[in-house]
Design a protein around this ligand. Structure first.
Ligand code: SDX
Length: 393
């Protein structure tokens, strides 16, 4: 009854089948940005340097890094009318729709950088996004807590500026905690790119119609919000808190997951590509103990998380399905210890993923053979049939 016998070559979405940006070996648990192992970048690099690497393909020289940092620094402010944009949202809005709407609104405020075929405009929109997303993210948080917005302070670096705009007050000076800034910088590096994941494929598909960079990134933010994707870091914390509040034992909870009771999943576990430990999760777990000890994290929830991991890694159900912790399993505990509310966790994921999204959008546009993404389908509906008059139905 289907209309298909073989898959049409157009079935494969041509907007995202080749890329030189990120390499993943799911079986071996390998992740490399432009050839550099994630473990080395997490240890030695900075988020702004990794952003440069992903977007331009090489680690920057000192001059290139300074010029890149300076360009970004000069675009951290939002248009004053865009600041008022936040007044239209209810106080209890989740920050992700605020973020994706405000990022899309950049297409309205910065109409001089929308043309994907003009390299200068692509560069300008790239810099504007890298500079303004942290400001918008901080304002989305301030709106949710009813506190005044702070203007960026460009004597600080990108991450410090974000922390100050998020947690600072106009009434008093705000000292950025170097431990928090360093830990957040490393987490942003870990999230910076991940090949053709759901949100990156969305950015590429939207961009393949020649839609501008701002609106393509907004599409990626929407895809990321889903709890099966970037929204998982929020779902992990809600899962851990639920276990604690109900007084579940880890064994009880794992049993519920295995019986698929009410569709419950072990959030932060499993991955379409990794059939081994997600290398990012290993780095976060290793850092979690030290960072939480320094910042005073919620040890109880960390212990529940570790007990869940231990139970799952020795249980046939998870072993047979090659389910391991992914990047979202431990990150929320650190974000919480930094002072972020759970609903901001996926916003932090988006901030980290931004340079990857931009790199993929630019790579796709630099591909002369680019064609609009047009996935095909396997038709499973009715074969042809004749119209029935209303009186005969
Ligand atoms: C991210 O793609 C990327 O690269 C994403 C990402 C990135 O950096 O961009 O890495 C970020 O999105 C990480 C994933 C975050 N999501 C979660 O942690 C949510 C929980 N995980 C699952 O929903 C799931 O593992 C997915 C969505 C991540 C992957 O789903 P798949 O590959 O479609 O696997 P599946 O649903 O087909 O599962 C296969 C089996 C099923 O059991 P059976 O039907 O065979 O009995 O494994 C089970 C699933 O029920 N399973 C789980 C599970 N994940 C899969 N069972 C319990 N808990 C889980 N977490």
């Amino acid at each position: 009854t289907t209309g298909y016998t073989t898959l049409d070559p157009g079935f494969v979405n041509t907007a995202s089948t080749k890329s030189a940006i990120t390499y993943i070996d799911g079986e071996a648990g390998i992740l490399r940005y432009r050839g550099y192992p994630i473990e080395q970048l997490a240890e030695h690099s900075t988020f702004i340097e990794v952003s440069y690497l992903l977007i331009y393909g090489e680690l920057p020289t000192a001059e290139q890094l300074e010029a890149f940092t300076d360009k970004i620094r000069r675009h951290t402010l939002l248009h004053e009318d865009l600041k008022r944009f936040f007044d239209g949202f209810p106080r209890n809005a989740h920050p992700m729709p605020v973020l994706s709407s405000a990022i899309n609104a950049l297409s309205a405020y910065y109409q001089d950088s929308l043309n994907p075929d003009d390299p200068e405009q692509v560069e300008l929109s790239t810099i504007r996004l890298l500079a303004k997303l942290p400001t918008i993210a901080a304002y989305a948080y301030k709106k949710s807590v009813g506190q005044p917005f702070l203007y960026p302070d460009n004597s600080l670096n990108l991450v410090e500026n974000f922390l100050r705009m998020t947690f600072g007050f106009p009434a008093e000076p705000y000292e950025v905690d170097p431990e928090i800034s360093k830990a957040l910088d490393m987490l942003l590096i870990l999230h910076a790119d991940h090949e053709q994941n759901c949100s990156t494929s969305t950015v590429r598909l939207v961009g393949s119609s020649d839609a501008n960079l701002f609106t393509s990134i907004s599409g990626g933010i929407n895809a990321l919000w889903g709890p099966l994707h970037g929204g998982a870091n929020q779902a992990v914390l809600e899962m851990l808190e639920g276990i604690r509040e109900r007084g579940d034992t880890v064994e009880d909870f794992v049993k519920k997951v295995k019986n698929k009771e009410d569709g419950v999943k072990l959030m932060g576990f499993g991955h379409r590509v990794y059939r081994n430990y997600d290398p990012r999760a290993a780095i976060v777990k290793k850092a979690a103990d030290t960072i939480l000890a320094k910042l005073g994290g919620d040890d109880e929830l960390l212990e529940i998380a570790k007990a869940l991991e231990e139970a799952a890694l020795t249980d046939e159900y998870f072993i047979a399905r090659k389910l391991y912790p992914n990047v979202d399993f431990y990150t929320g505990l650190i974000y919480r210890a930094m002072g972020f509310p759970t609903r901001m966790f996926t916003v932090l994921f988006a901030m980290g993923r931004l340079p990857g999204w931009i790199a993929h959008w630019r790579e796709m546009h630099n591909d002369a053979a680019l064609k609009i993404g047009r996935p095909r389908q396997i038709y499973t509906g009715y074969t042809e049939r004749d119209y029935k008059e209303l009186t005969t139905r």
